[in-house]
Design a protein around this ligand. Structure first.
Ligand code: SAH
Length: 273
């Protein structure tokens, strides 16, 4: 899918072992105020980095992606920073790595896809804009349904206190574990199971985010959402199963639904495989 060559693509994104083993950002930096990590800024007066594998050069491509996200309307600086830090090319096959910073979904195996960066950023921004009243503090626990390759879980880990991410396909659950291991993100908890039932042990959640779309939001998710919490999920609207992004806010007075733009997510399925 989308395997056209990229003429003129300036960098190589193959993985040297040393870079793959590079530790994640120290925890102190994760809550740093909104700005890209210093190393992600272009360096004035220096020539464009020569192709030499990962590191600086992939940061330059990521920075370009972040600029595009901002141009598309993502305004939350925390989200832009997180998108600039997580190396998306580590979450896709090497053969697809040169496409990792385009705004496109890519196959991750077992018929599933990694979401487009634009959609990951949009959903994260919507999630953080929820009602959670603790101003100035990061959002608390978040449940993600559909770990896939683990990319969105990694992005969320820089934005909220704890991420519980559940996947129904064992092969992807294990792949996500492998992808995330070198990043050493202690606040990401990967779970294998049917996310239609949520994950009651971690409830209540300040936020719930789904990366797969069903016809309706399972009741368990609404029950496990804290009062003041926000859920962001694709749902199939009545007309022919086309999906739209749903934002659901849970208040003391009840739940409030807001339907937003059309989206295209893989289906939410029940059971494990
Ligand atoms: N957030 C992921 C996107 C993965 S695609 C990423 O960043 O890569 C959506 C995933 O949802 C698929 O892996 C699919 O297997 C999973 N999924 C679908 N229904 C599910 C369910 N009921 N419980 C848990 N995961 C589910």
């Amino acid at each position: 899918m989308n395997a056209r060559p990229r003429p003129g693509f300036p960098v190589r994104l193959d993985r040297p072992a040393a870079a793959a083993a590079r530790p994640a950002l120290p925890a102190a930096q994760r809550s740093a105020p909104a700005a890209l990590a210093p190393a992600a800024q272009p360096r004035p007066g220096r020539a464009a980095p020569t192709p030499q594998g990962l590191g600086l050069d992939s940061q330059a491509v990521r920075l370009a992606m972040v600029k595009k996200l901002a141009a598309q309307g993502i305004t939350d600086a925390r989200v832009l920073e997180a998108m600039g830090r997580i190396e998306r090319h580590r979450f896709v096959d090497t053969a697809l790595a040169t496409q990792a910073y385009e705004d496109t979904s890519l196959p991750i195996g077992l018929g599933q896809t990694i979401s487009k960066p634009g959609v990951v950023a949009r959903m994260a921004e919507l999630l953080l804009a929820g009602l959670d009243p603790r101003k100035g503090e990061p959002m608390g626990r978040v449940l993600e349904i559909g770990t896939g390759c683990g990319y969105q879980a990694a992005v969320l880990s820089l934005l909220v206190k704890e991420v519980y991410s559940i996947e129904r396909l064992r092969g992807l659950h294990e792949k996500a574990r492998e992808n995330l291991r070198p990043l050493r993100l202690p606040n990401v908890h990967l779970l294998f199971g049917d996310g239609m039932a949520g994950f009651a042990q971690g409830a209540p959640y300040a936020g719930i985010i789904a990366a797969a779309g069903g016809e309706a939001v399972p009741q368990a998710w609404i029950e496990q959402l804290a009062v003041g919490g926000r859920l962001v999920a694709p749902v199939a609207s009545a007309a022919g199963g086309a999906q739209a992004l749903l934002v659901l806010d849970k208040t003391a007075a009840g739940v409030q639904h807001t339907l937003l733009e059309a989206v295209h997510f893989v289906p939410l399925k029940s059971g494990i495989a």
